[in-house]
Design a protein around this ligand. Sequence first.
Ligand code: SF4
Length: 754
Amino acid sequence: YTEETTSTIRTTCPYCGVGCGVLASVDATGVVSVKGDPEHPANFGKLCSKGSALAQTLGSERRLTEPYYQNKQAVMQQHRPIQLGNDFNTIDISDEPLTKPTDWNNVLDDIATRLNDTIAKHGRDSIMFYVSGQLLTEDYYVANKFIKGFIGNNNIDSNSRLCMSSAVAGHKRAFGADLVPGNYEDLESCDLLVLVGSNMAWCHPILFGRFLAAKKIDPSKKLIVIDPRRTDSCEFADLHLPIAAGTDTHLYNGLLHYLEQQGCCDERYLKQCNDVDLALEAAKTWSIDKVAQACKISADLIRQFYQLVAANDKTVTAFSMGVNQSKSGTDKVNAIINSHLYTGRVGKVGASPFSLTGQPNAMGGREVGALANLLAAHLDLSNGIHRQLVADFWQAPQSIAPEVGIQACDAADAILDGRIKAIWIMATNPVVSLPEADKFRRALAACDLVIVSDCSVDSDTVKCADIVLPAQGWGEKSGTVTNSERRISRQRALKPALGLAKPDWWILSQVATRMGLAGFDYQHPSEIFNEYVALTAYKNDPSQVPSISNQPRYLNLAKDLPMPILNRADYDVMTPFQWGDQRITMAHSNFIAITPSDSASLPNRHQRRSRPEANDNTESDNREHDNRRDKPHNGHSSTVHLRLITGRLRDQWHTMTRTGLAPQLNQHESAPMLTLHPDDAKQLGVEKGDYVQLHPRYEQNLPNKQQQKQRQPHNGAAVDSNTDIEVLEQKVIAQVAISDGMRVGDAFMPMHWS
Ligand code: SF4
């Protein structure tokens, strides 16, 4: 922020992975207004409802503005989400203040001391960072460097784990690298767009608009939507396949078999691929009739879909959370990619698989290695040369640990069994958004030290912190983000930060420095960005001895295009990076054989409790649905077994800590309705607006206190059951909406509310 920046500032929307360019104007009184940036190559001047309302979210309301200490046990008791058990520890909160403000100098010193003490007492592996696709790349880079290079473990994971890890693993299996084979122009130049598990009209609306605009000019372009629900995207579709949730691999195995039968292979491309025979062998039993039976739709619909794919060389398959957030998500991704490899439709104009990222900077996090199994700059954590290269580059005091660190969904167990003693959560709200969120809340209650950096006081996770740090938010912080097509854009400060809020990279660097670590003396985010760029120089030539003082080849991670090193002034004024339309050459791609057992295996009851999945289904599950109603009473059933599908609403974002502030966004849907098929509503005897209670089909597997006392973590420390908060029953009470766009047996609820 500078005093001169009072007119129009070019920045990027902080919501979805489209990464739209925004022109923000700040008037003399500091009031901000926004419009789309006509020169940004993602959106060309357009913004969706969420982006258009950004200025309404910039007030001081509900903001964290100063660091403070918190009596988390007392605060959690006050803010417990539902009825707690009788054995909940009653804490006297009558007199003691729940929070105690502090200043940066004191709290940064204190955190540094406590982290050093934790390492001394419990070892380097006892600390974890949980970060977020809301962070800027510079924040991500510093967090990753701090814990992997200097604390000395790989216990850093991002909330991108929840939405993108299947896509990352699928791309690595197929292409040997976490790359993006398509770009946004492909959505306009394709002849057939297939959406799988993606309500693009609501979740990536500007990209959807780009396709529709191209279709308007050339109505012969076709749109197919594969989704259990009839979403708004279907309004524009030529074909909708309402397959049973979780049966995507069957559908795509059948497609591969059909393409083989129709002679649709690209022989020249297949010569570059491995294991095609294995994949075809696994697919060969999937006739159209068998697929129809598995997916629970008509064979005619499937035949139409296969015929359209076979007939259109320029096919783009865009997929998102309905594919990725699944226990068989990686198989689903590879089943889709298999069909593109077989037809040679990869990395060509208008022909590619395309993963739509959910968050504004899920990609930036992957690029700087902020997952427990990644290394910065897409170097390989399992490769000792790469680990040494990065450690040398950072001048880290020890080598980088070879073991994959603790991942997001395992964090609660790691805390509860005593492996993790201190966790630092940045810019995310995991006690709402993680699977088994209540267990994670209990884990935070039991953790010795919980630090939360965030912007909003409304984050439920803030209520679980021992130390709360005010972070700068959109419009205050400055740095870079990477969108779904891996284009890097700038987010810029528009106005001074509220209160004492600081950038995450600054907070992390200050703590690292106060812990006695060298290499964190950053004064400006451009210095961090340039360090990261310098590290990418060795991506393709790890034999080089790395040094920032060398003159390396600055490479874009996936596309081998020059990436600039910037001085501070340039960094402040540069336009979004433009990669042009150069294509990746994939010399060797891999087919993955998707066997029925891969996709249809049903976890045992314990696994199911451990990994609840929203968008999954299996043959076995479907058989259960055949017998899913309790005994009728007065013509109705008091209980119906439903599969709950979750997703986003058009006008809300994540847990609504930002979009919930914009009145116009709350008008679209003001409450989390439970949508049922009319037949299920009739069976239950409920009508639109009635209230129903949902509870999990499988009981909670919460250990009682006696069991907790008996459980011994690997380091021998006892679990402190006195701090455990037990939620005896998860349940949700919701109002009913009724839609014939649902499948019988499915229910839908938006994911945004606590
Ligand atoms: Fe923001 Fe996504 Fe909407 Fe673009 S499409 S304005 S990035 S929410």
